[in-house]
Design a protein around this ligand. Structure first.
Ligand SMILES: [Zn+2]
Length: 102
């Protein structure tokens, strides 16, 4: 399960790799990849306290999701495709009930 973070710079939600490492370096828990790149280009470092808080918040959100009773993936395979009702077409046809009555 991967952690979802909220970028403190642009407010967007992002999903860093599981190991918190991008192919080109460590992922930041406070900035999305594009904001992190911009910050690094500007020579700014992430606030270590903010990073710890963001990491804890993401872990708490993950734990909350894990304990939720609803599992959308489970049971979906058991649902059989329902057939369209056959009677609807017969009733609306030219030789239907209404025509016989009129
Ligand atoms: Zn961002």
């Amino acid at each position: 399960m991967r952690l979802v973070f909220e970028c403190v710079e642009c407010g967007g939600h992002y999903l860093p790799p599981e190991g918190m490492v991008y192919p080109d370096g460590p992922a930041s828990p406070v900035w999305c990849s594009s904001c992190q790149a911009a910050k690094q280009a500007a020579g700014e470092q992430e606030d270590p306290l903010l990073a710890r808080v963001a990491l804890a918040a993401a872990r708490a959100a993950l734990a909350r999701r894990a304990t939720e009773p609803t599992e959308p993936a489970a049971g979906r395979g058991d649902v059989r495709p329902s057939r369209p009702p056959l009677s609807r077409r017969a009733r609306s046809g030219p030789g239907g009930v209404r025509g016989r009555l009129g």
